[in-house]
Design a protein. Sequence first.
Length: 182
Amino acid sequence: MATIDQNPELHSDPNSEGLREFVIARIFDFPRELVFSAWTEERHLKHWFAPKGFTIPVSHLNLVPGGVFHYCMRAANGAEMWGKWTFEEIVPPQRIVLVSTFSNKHGNPTRHPYVSNWPIEVLTKTTLIEDEGKTLVKISWIPVNASRIECLTFSGMHEAMAQGWNGTLDQLAEYLEAASRS
């Protein structure tokens, strides 16, 4: 079902000493257009883009450069976390570049609810490459406008990020499988 690359690369910005870019990749047995739709359409995102056990009861998506995806992730116990993507570049069906933040319900950036030194903004680049009907999805994360302590916190959290992304990508694979049958 999937191939995973969890080898973080050193970020090339000389001003961010010790900052390591987080990179994860997986191959999905589905055409790129379907995978791209799952990443860029609200009706799809609400079914898979959240940690396992969470739902997305509220979301709004405006898929244009400068537009946002604002969403609420709700745990089984009712606890909520809000997030926001601000799109910088959209090249269907090849690439999505956005800035990701935790937010409040009004869309204002906030700190990570559990990691106080997490960077406020993380640049996210998602690249989709099709090969013989399968799609390689490569996701890279790097803090922007971050303090040294935020960069160090980010670099120290790669294992947790890999666990989180692997769970989310597992849900995407399950969702794509179900969607392809319907």
